[in-house]
Design a protein around this ligand. Structure first.
Ligand code: PLP
Length: 428
Protein backbone atom coordinates (compact mmCIF):
# COMPACT_ATOMS: atom_id res chain seq x y z
CA UNK A 1 0.00 0.00 0.00
CA UNK A 2 0.98 3.63 -0.35
CA UNK A 3 0.49 6.42 2.19
CA UNK A 4 -2.64 7.53 0.41
CA UNK A 5 -4.28 4.12 0.95
CA UNK A 6 -3.89 4.14 4.72
CA UNK A 7 -5.47 5.82 7.69
CA UNK A 8 -3.16 5.04 10.60
CA UNK A 9 -4.75 4.89 14.07
CA UNK A 10 -1.58 3.93 15.97
CA UNK A 11 -1.15 5.33 19.48
CA UNK A 12 2.27 6.85 19.01
CA UNK A 13 4.31 7.52 17.09
CA UNK A 14 1.31 8.82 15.20
CA UNK A 15 0.88 9.63 11.55
CA UNK A 16 2.19 13.00 10.40
CA UNK A 17 0.61 15.19 7.71
CA UNK A 18 1.97 14.17 4.32
CA UNK A 19 2.72 17.75 3.23
CA UNK A 20 4.78 18.31 6.39
CA UNK A 21 6.78 15.17 5.64
CA UNK A 22 7.34 16.23 2.03
CA UNK A 23 8.71 19.60 3.15
CA UNK A 24 10.82 17.89 5.82
CA UNK A 25 12.20 15.34 3.35
CA UNK A 26 13.45 18.16 1.17
CA UNK A 27 14.82 20.00 4.21
CA UNK A 28 16.79 16.87 5.18
CA UNK A 29 18.59 17.05 1.84
CA UNK A 30 18.98 20.78 1.52
CA UNK A 31 17.63 23.27 4.00
CA UNK A 32 16.52 26.49 2.30
CA UNK A 33 19.15 26.32 -0.44
CA UNK A 34 22.08 26.15 1.98
CA UNK A 35 23.37 22.97 0.35
CA UNK A 36 23.25 21.31 3.77
CA UNK A 37 20.40 19.38 5.37
CA UNK A 38 18.54 20.46 8.48
CA UNK A 39 19.91 17.52 10.50
CA UNK A 40 23.46 18.51 9.52
CA UNK A 41 23.43 22.21 10.38
CA UNK A 42 24.87 23.13 13.77
CA UNK A 43 22.39 23.42 16.60
CA UNK A 44 24.32 26.62 17.47
CA UNK A 45 23.65 28.20 14.06
CA UNK A 46 21.37 31.15 13.61
CA UNK A 47 18.97 29.09 11.52
CA UNK A 48 18.65 26.54 14.34
CA UNK A 49 17.94 29.31 16.83
CA UNK A 50 15.29 30.70 14.51
CA UNK A 51 13.62 27.30 14.21
CA UNK A 52 13.50 26.97 17.99
CA UNK A 53 12.22 30.49 18.56
CA UNK A 54 9.54 30.23 15.91
CA UNK A 55 8.31 26.88 17.20
CA UNK A 56 8.14 28.31 20.73
CA UNK A 57 6.26 31.40 19.57
CA UNK A 58 3.84 29.38 17.42
CA UNK A 59 3.14 26.95 20.26
CA UNK A 60 2.50 29.86 22.62
CA UNK A 61 0.22 31.51 20.07
CA UNK A 62 -1.74 28.35 19.24
CA UNK A 63 -2.31 27.44 22.89
CA UNK A 64 -2.44 30.97 24.30
CA UNK A 65 0.47 30.36 26.65
CA UNK A 66 1.18 33.62 28.50
CA UNK A 67 4.79 34.02 27.39
CA UNK A 68 5.68 36.38 30.21
CA UNK A 69 4.73 33.77 32.83
CA UNK A 70 5.80 30.51 31.18
CA UNK A 71 8.95 29.13 29.64
CA UNK A 72 8.65 26.67 26.74
CA UNK A 73 11.52 24.18 26.89
CA UNK A 74 12.49 21.54 24.31
CA UNK A 75 14.02 18.46 25.84
CA UNK A 76 14.93 14.93 24.76
CA UNK A 77 13.93 12.69 27.60
CA UNK A 78 10.49 11.64 26.36
CA UNK A 79 7.42 11.63 28.54
CA UNK A 80 9.20 9.06 30.70
CA UNK A 81 12.09 11.44 31.32
CA UNK A 82 9.58 14.07 32.40
CA UNK A 83 8.22 11.71 35.07
CA UNK A 84 11.66 12.08 36.66
CA UNK A 85 12.28 15.72 35.70
CA UNK A 86 9.02 16.86 37.31
CA UNK A 87 9.96 15.13 40.55
CA UNK A 88 13.53 16.45 40.68
CA UNK A 89 12.71 20.03 39.73
CA UNK A 90 9.62 20.47 41.84
CA UNK A 91 11.14 18.85 44.91
CA UNK A 92 14.01 21.30 44.39
CA UNK A 93 11.56 24.20 44.15
CA UNK A 94 9.75 23.02 47.30
CA UNK A 95 13.04 22.83 49.22
CA UNK A 96 13.99 26.28 47.94
CA UNK A 97 10.67 27.69 49.21
CA UNK A 98 11.01 26.04 52.62
CA UNK A 99 14.64 27.10 52.85
CA UNK A 100 13.74 30.76 52.26
CA UNK A 101 10.83 30.55 54.72
CA UNK A 102 13.00 29.00 57.45
CA UNK A 103 15.71 31.63 57.03
CA UNK A 104 13.03 34.28 57.47
CA UNK A 105 11.48 32.54 60.51
CA UNK A 106 14.80 32.06 62.29
CA UNK A 107 16.22 35.49 61.47
CA UNK A 108 17.34 37.26 64.63
CA UNK A 109 16.31 34.31 66.85
CA UNK A 110 19.88 33.64 67.91
CA UNK A 111 19.60 30.13 66.40
CA UNK A 112 19.85 31.21 62.80
CA UNK A 113 23.24 29.88 61.80
CA UNK A 114 23.52 27.54 58.84
CA UNK A 115 23.47 24.38 60.96
CA UNK A 116 20.22 25.47 62.60
CA UNK A 117 18.66 26.27 59.22
CA UNK A 118 19.68 22.88 57.83
CA UNK A 119 18.36 21.09 60.93
CA UNK A 120 15.03 22.86 60.59
CA UNK A 121 14.93 22.05 56.90
CA UNK A 122 15.67 18.39 57.58
CA UNK A 123 12.77 18.31 60.04
CA UNK A 124 10.46 19.89 57.52
CA UNK A 125 11.48 17.47 54.76
CA UNK A 126 10.82 14.52 57.04
CA UNK A 127 7.43 15.69 58.25
CA UNK A 128 6.01 17.71 55.38
CA UNK A 129 7.48 16.82 52.00
CA UNK A 130 4.79 15.10 49.94
CA UNK A 131 4.14 14.55 46.24
CA UNK A 132 0.51 13.78 45.37
CA UNK A 133 -0.42 11.50 42.45
CA UNK A 134 -3.84 11.01 40.92
CA UNK A 135 -3.64 7.57 39.31
CA UNK A 136 -6.13 7.11 36.47
CA UNK A 137 -4.28 4.81 34.09
CA UNK A 138 -1.05 3.17 33.06
CA UNK A 139 0.89 6.37 32.47
CA UNK A 140 0.10 8.17 35.72
CA UNK A 141 0.85 4.87 37.45
CA UNK A 142 4.29 4.82 35.82
CA UNK A 143 4.91 8.44 36.85
CA UNK A 144 3.95 7.58 40.43
CA UNK A 145 6.27 4.56 40.40
CA UNK A 146 9.13 6.72 39.16
CA UNK A 147 8.58 9.18 42.01
CA UNK A 148 8.67 6.31 44.51
CA UNK A 149 11.84 4.95 42.90
CA UNK A 150 13.63 8.31 43.00
CA UNK A 151 12.51 9.56 46.40
CA UNK A 152 11.23 6.62 48.43
CA UNK A 153 7.62 5.78 49.23
CA UNK A 154 7.54 7.94 52.37
CA UNK A 155 7.38 11.09 50.28
CA UNK A 156 4.85 9.96 47.69
CA UNK A 157 1.11 10.00 48.30
CA UNK A 158 -1.55 8.35 46.18
CA UNK A 159 -4.22 11.04 46.39
CA UNK A 160 -6.60 8.95 44.30
CA UNK A 161 -6.46 5.62 42.51
CA UNK A 162 -9.13 4.89 39.92
CA UNK A 163 -8.71 1.14 40.34
CA UNK A 164 -10.18 1.27 43.84
CA UNK A 165 -13.58 2.26 42.45
CA UNK A 166 -13.63 0.02 39.37
CA UNK A 167 -12.84 -3.58 40.42
CA UNK A 168 -9.10 -3.10 40.14
CA UNK A 169 -9.26 -1.75 36.60
CA UNK A 170 -8.84 1.69 35.07
CA UNK A 171 -11.75 3.35 33.29
CA UNK A 172 -13.12 5.88 35.77
CA UNK A 173 -11.91 9.02 37.52
CA UNK A 174 -12.60 9.08 41.27
CA UNK A 175 -14.82 11.93 42.43
CA UNK A 176 -12.64 14.91 43.29
CA UNK A 177 -14.28 15.22 46.73
CA UNK A 178 -12.55 11.93 47.64
CA UNK A 179 -9.03 12.98 46.60
CA UNK A 180 -6.67 13.00 49.57
CA UNK A 181 -4.52 16.01 48.79
CA UNK A 182 -1.57 16.91 51.03
CA UNK A 183 -1.16 20.43 52.40
CA UNK A 184 1.51 22.32 50.44
CA UNK A 185 2.46 19.32 48.28
CA UNK A 186 5.60 19.74 46.18
CA UNK A 187 3.38 18.75 43.26
CA UNK A 188 -0.03 17.32 42.44
CA UNK A 189 0.36 15.15 39.37
CA UNK A 190 -2.14 13.81 36.92
CA UNK A 191 -2.23 12.53 33.35
CA UNK A 192 -4.73 14.52 31.28
CA UNK A 193 -5.24 11.72 28.77
CA UNK A 194 -4.39 8.11 29.51
CA UNK A 195 -3.27 6.75 26.16
CA UNK A 196 -3.48 3.06 27.09
CA UNK A 197 -6.77 3.13 28.97
CA UNK A 198 -8.70 5.69 26.93
CA UNK A 199 -9.48 7.87 29.94
CA UNK A 200 -9.38 11.64 29.56
CA UNK A 201 -10.11 14.32 32.12
CA UNK A 202 -13.22 16.06 30.76
CA UNK A 203 -11.90 19.38 32.03
CA UNK A 204 -9.39 20.85 34.48
CA UNK A 205 -10.09 19.32 37.92
CA UNK A 206 -11.83 22.11 39.82
CA UNK A 207 -10.42 20.97 43.15
CA UNK A 208 -6.93 21.95 41.90
CA UNK A 209 -7.91 25.42 40.70
CA UNK A 210 -5.95 28.38 42.06
CA UNK A 211 -7.60 30.44 44.77
CA UNK A 212 -8.75 34.02 44.24
CA UNK A 213 -5.43 35.33 45.60
CA UNK A 214 -3.57 33.36 42.94
CA UNK A 215 -2.08 30.79 45.33
CA UNK A 216 -2.94 27.15 44.95
CA UNK A 217 -1.52 23.69 44.43
CA UNK A 218 1.55 23.08 42.27
CA UNK A 219 -0.22 21.25 39.45
CA UNK A 220 1.69 19.08 36.97
CA UNK A 221 0.01 17.42 34.00
CA UNK A 222 1.18 14.95 31.41
CA UNK A 223 -0.48 16.04 28.15
CA UNK A 224 1.52 13.77 25.86
CA UNK A 225 -1.48 12.32 24.06
CA UNK A 226 -4.00 15.17 23.94
CA UNK A 227 -1.98 18.37 23.66
CA UNK A 228 -2.99 20.68 20.78
CA UNK A 229 -6.44 19.07 20.63
CA UNK A 230 -8.27 21.34 23.08
CA UNK A 231 -7.92 24.56 25.01
CA UNK A 232 -5.68 24.29 28.09
CA UNK A 233 -6.11 26.64 31.06
CA UNK A 234 -2.34 27.08 31.18
CA UNK A 235 -2.42 29.51 34.12
CA UNK A 236 -3.69 26.70 36.39
CA UNK A 237 -0.48 24.71 35.94
CA UNK A 238 3.00 24.98 37.30
CA UNK A 239 4.21 22.50 34.71
CA UNK A 240 2.81 20.67 31.77
CA UNK A 241 4.74 18.41 29.47
CA UNK A 242 4.28 16.28 26.40
CA UNK A 243 6.29 14.12 24.07
CA UNK A 244 5.96 15.29 20.47
CA UNK A 245 5.15 11.96 18.88
CA UNK A 246 1.36 12.06 19.03
CA UNK A 247 -0.06 15.47 18.15
CA UNK A 248 3.01 17.66 17.75
CA UNK A 249 5.61 15.98 15.59
CA UNK A 250 7.90 13.01 15.50
CA UNK A 251 9.64 11.10 18.25
CA UNK A 252 12.74 12.72 19.69
CA UNK A 253 11.64 15.95 21.25
CA UNK A 254 9.68 16.58 24.44
CA UNK A 255 8.19 19.89 25.50
CA UNK A 256 7.97 21.21 29.05
CA UNK A 257 5.96 24.37 29.73
CA UNK A 258 7.13 25.61 33.10
CA UNK A 259 5.94 28.52 35.20
CA UNK A 260 8.72 31.08 35.36
CA UNK A 261 8.42 31.54 39.12
CA UNK A 262 9.79 28.00 39.45
CA UNK A 263 12.94 29.06 37.62
CA UNK A 264 15.63 31.62 38.51
CA UNK A 265 15.81 34.31 39.62
CA UNK A 266 12.63 33.62 41.61
CA UNK A 267 13.55 30.08 42.57
CA UNK A 268 16.98 28.61 42.19
CA UNK A 269 17.46 24.91 42.65
CA UNK A 270 19.09 24.17 46.01
CA UNK A 271 22.77 23.34 45.87
CA UNK A 272 23.77 19.70 45.41
CA UNK A 273 25.48 19.88 48.83
CA UNK A 274 22.28 20.98 50.57
CA UNK A 275 20.18 18.34 48.82
CA UNK A 276 22.69 15.68 49.89
CA UNK A 277 22.38 16.81 53.50
CA UNK A 278 18.63 16.41 53.15
CA UNK A 279 18.97 12.98 51.57
CA UNK A 280 17.18 14.18 48.43
CA UNK A 281 18.25 13.67 44.79
CA UNK A 282 19.33 16.36 42.35
CA UNK A 283 18.53 16.16 38.65
CA UNK A 284 20.98 15.11 35.97
CA UNK A 285 21.89 18.41 34.32
CA UNK A 286 19.90 17.65 31.18
CA UNK A 287 16.72 17.24 33.22
CA UNK A 288 17.19 20.50 35.10
CA UNK A 289 14.64 22.96 33.75
CA UNK A 290 16.52 26.07 34.81
CA UNK A 291 19.65 24.99 32.95
CA UNK A 292 17.81 24.07 29.75
CA UNK A 293 15.64 27.21 29.89
CA UNK A 294 18.63 29.48 30.50
CA UNK A 295 20.23 28.07 27.34
CA UNK A 296 17.10 28.40 25.18
CA UNK A 297 16.89 24.58 25.01
CA UNK A 298 20.46 24.33 23.72
CA UNK A 299 22.44 23.30 26.75
CA UNK A 300 23.50 20.26 24.73
CA UNK A 301 22.91 19.03 21.18
CA UNK A 302 19.22 19.14 20.42
CA UNK A 303 17.65 17.46 17.40
CA UNK A 304 16.77 20.55 15.38
CA UNK A 305 15.13 18.32 12.78
CA UNK A 306 12.55 17.20 15.35
CA UNK A 307 11.89 20.78 16.42
CA UNK A 308 11.57 21.72 12.75
CA UNK A 309 8.89 19.07 12.18
CA UNK A 310 7.00 20.25 15.27
CA UNK A 311 7.28 23.81 13.98
CA UNK A 312 5.87 22.81 10.59
CA UNK A 313 2.94 21.03 12.25
CA UNK A 314 2.23 24.15 14.32
CA UNK A 315 2.39 26.38 11.25
CA UNK A 316 -0.08 24.11 9.48
CA UNK A 317 -2.43 24.17 12.48
CA UNK A 318 -2.25 27.95 12.72
CA UNK A 319 -2.99 28.24 9.00
CA UNK A 320 -5.85 25.73 9.07
CA UNK A 321 -7.57 27.12 12.16
CA UNK A 322 -7.84 30.92 12.39
CA UNK A 323 -9.35 30.42 15.86
CA UNK A 324 -6.32 28.29 16.75
CA UNK A 325 -6.80 25.40 19.16
CA UNK A 326 -10.55 26.01 19.44
CA UNK A 327 -10.88 25.13 15.75
CA UNK A 328 -8.96 21.88 16.17
CA UNK A 329 -10.94 21.12 19.33
CA UNK A 330 -14.25 21.27 17.43
CA UNK A 331 -12.90 18.83 14.82
CA UNK A 332 -11.47 16.48 17.47
CA UNK A 333 -14.82 16.36 19.24
CA UNK A 334 -16.71 15.74 16.01
CA UNK A 335 -14.40 12.87 15.00
CA UNK A 336 -14.62 11.24 18.43
CA UNK A 337 -18.42 11.55 18.55
CA UNK A 338 -18.74 9.88 15.14
CA UNK A 339 -16.68 6.88 16.23
CA UNK A 340 -18.32 6.54 19.66
CA UNK A 341 -21.78 6.84 18.06
CA UNK A 342 -20.98 4.00 15.65
CA UNK A 343 -19.86 1.84 18.58
CA UNK A 344 -22.89 2.74 20.71
CA UNK A 345 -25.25 1.86 17.87
CA UNK A 346 -24.24 -1.80 18.23
CA UNK A 347 -24.03 -2.68 21.93
CA UNK A 348 -24.50 -6.35 20.99
CA UNK A 349 -21.02 -6.30 19.40
CA UNK A 350 -19.06 -3.41 20.93
CA UNK A 351 -18.27 -2.55 24.52
CA UNK A 352 -16.57 0.80 25.10
CA UNK A 353 -14.08 0.26 27.91
CA UNK A 354 -14.03 3.49 29.97
CA UNK A 355 -16.98 5.17 31.65
CA UNK A 356 -18.92 7.53 29.37
CA UNK A 357 -18.06 10.59 31.49
CA UNK A 358 -14.29 10.14 31.06
CA UNK A 359 -14.00 8.76 27.53
CA UNK A 360 -10.97 9.99 25.68
CA UNK A 361 -11.44 11.92 22.44
CA UNK A 362 -7.96 10.78 21.43
CA UNK A 363 -7.71 7.08 22.30
CA UNK A 364 -10.96 5.21 21.77
CA UNK A 365 -10.75 1.85 23.55
CA UNK A 366 -13.30 -0.88 23.01
CA UNK A 367 -13.86 -4.62 22.92
CA UNK A 368 -15.52 -6.56 20.11
CA UNK A 369 -17.55 -9.71 20.73
CA UNK A 370 -19.74 -11.92 18.58
CA UNK A 371 -21.38 -15.10 19.81
CA UNK A 372 -19.57 -14.68 23.13
CA UNK A 373 -16.16 -14.89 21.43
CA UNK A 374 -13.89 -11.89 22.03
CA UNK A 375 -10.51 -13.16 20.83
CA UNK A 376 -11.52 -14.43 17.42
CA UNK A 377 -13.86 -11.50 16.81
CA UNK A 378 -11.17 -8.94 17.60
CA UNK A 379 -8.73 -10.80 15.37
CA UNK A 380 -11.27 -10.69 12.56
CA UNK A 381 -11.96 -7.00 13.25
CA UNK A 382 -8.26 -6.17 12.99
CA UNK A 383 -7.72 -8.28 9.90
CA UNK A 384 -10.65 -6.77 8.03
CA UNK A 385 -9.84 -3.24 9.10
CA UNK A 386 -6.31 -3.60 7.70
CA UNK A 387 -7.71 -4.86 4.41
CA UNK A 388 -9.69 -1.60 4.20
CA UNK A 389 -6.63 0.55 4.91
CA UNK A 390 -7.54 1.22 8.56
CA UNK A 391 -4.38 0.29 10.42
CA UNK A 392 -2.80 0.52 13.89
CA UNK A 393 -6.02 -0.39 15.70
CA UNK A 394 -4.65 -3.07 18.02
CA UNK A 395 -5.01 -2.20 21.73
CA UNK A 396 -2.00 -1.79 24.01
CA UNK A 397 -0.36 -5.10 24.87
CA UNK A 398 -1.14 -4.64 28.56
CA UNK A 399 -4.90 -4.39 28.12
CA UNK A 400 -5.71 -5.95 24.74
CA UNK A 401 -8.83 -5.04 22.79
CA UNK A 402 -9.05 -2.37 20.13
CA UNK A 403 -7.78 1.19 20.36
CA UNK A 404 -8.46 3.83 17.73
CA UNK A 405 -6.07 6.71 18.29
CA UNK A 406 -7.89 9.68 16.90
CA UNK A 407 -5.07 12.22 16.89
CA UNK A 408 -5.06 15.52 15.03
CA UNK A 409 -3.51 14.02 11.91
CA UNK A 410 -6.56 11.77 11.38
CA UNK A 411 -8.74 13.75 8.98
CA UNK A 412 -12.49 13.90 9.42
CA UNK A 413 -12.81 11.53 6.45
CA UNK A 414 -10.57 9.03 8.25
CA UNK A 415 -12.86 9.03 11.28
CA UNK A 416 -15.89 8.70 9.00
CA UNK A 417 -14.30 5.75 7.26
CA UNK A 418 -13.63 4.03 10.57
CA UNK A 419 -17.19 4.72 11.75
CA UNK A 420 -18.55 3.15 8.55
CA UNK A 421 -16.32 0.13 9.02
CA UNK A 422 -17.46 -0.28 12.66
CA UNK A 423 -21.06 -0.21 11.41
CA UNK A 424 -20.46 -2.65 8.57
CA UNK A 425 -18.49 -5.10 10.72
CA UNK A 426 -21.31 -5.23 13.29
CA UNK A 427 -23.88 -5.93 10.61
CA UNK A 428 -21.83 -8.51 8.71
N1 PLP B 1 2.74 9.77 28.91
C1 PLP B 1 1.78 9.40 28.04
C2 PLP B 1 0.38 9.90 28.26
C3 PLP B 1 2.08 8.58 26.96
O1 PLP B 1 1.13 8.21 26.10
C4 PLP B 1 3.41 8.12 26.80
C5 PLP B 1 3.80 7.24 25.68
O2 PLP B 1 3.01 6.76 24.93
C6 PLP B 1 4.37 8.53 27.74
C7 PLP B 1 4.00 9.36 28.76
C8 PLP B 1 5.78 8.07 27.63
O3 PLP B 1 6.38 8.74 26.62
P1 PLP B 1 7.83 8.35 26.06
O4 PLP B 1 7.66 7.03 25.37
O5 PLP B 1 8.13 9.49 25.14
O6 PLP B 1 8.76 8.28 27.21
Amino acid sequence: PTRADITYFGAGPAALPTDVLETAAQALLDFNGTGLGIAEHSHRSELATNIINEAKADLASYLDIPASDYEVIFMQAGGTGEFAASVYNLVGAWVARQHAAIIKELAGSGADDEAAVVAALQGRVQTQLKLDYIITGGWSLKAYQEAVRLLGPEYVNIAADARTINDGKFGKIPDQSTWKLSPDAALVYYCDNETVDGVEFPEFPAVLAPKADGTGPVVVADMSSNILSRRVPVANYSLLFFGAQKNLGCTGVTVAVARRTLLPPTTTQPSPALMRKLGLPIPPIMLQYETIAKNNSLYNTLSIFDVYIAGQVLKKLLKTYPDKVDGQQAVAEKKASLIYAALEAHPEVYRIVPDKAVRSRMNICFRVTKNGNVDDTEKAFLKESVSQGLTGLKGHRSVGGIRASNYNSIPLEGAEKLARFIEAFAKA
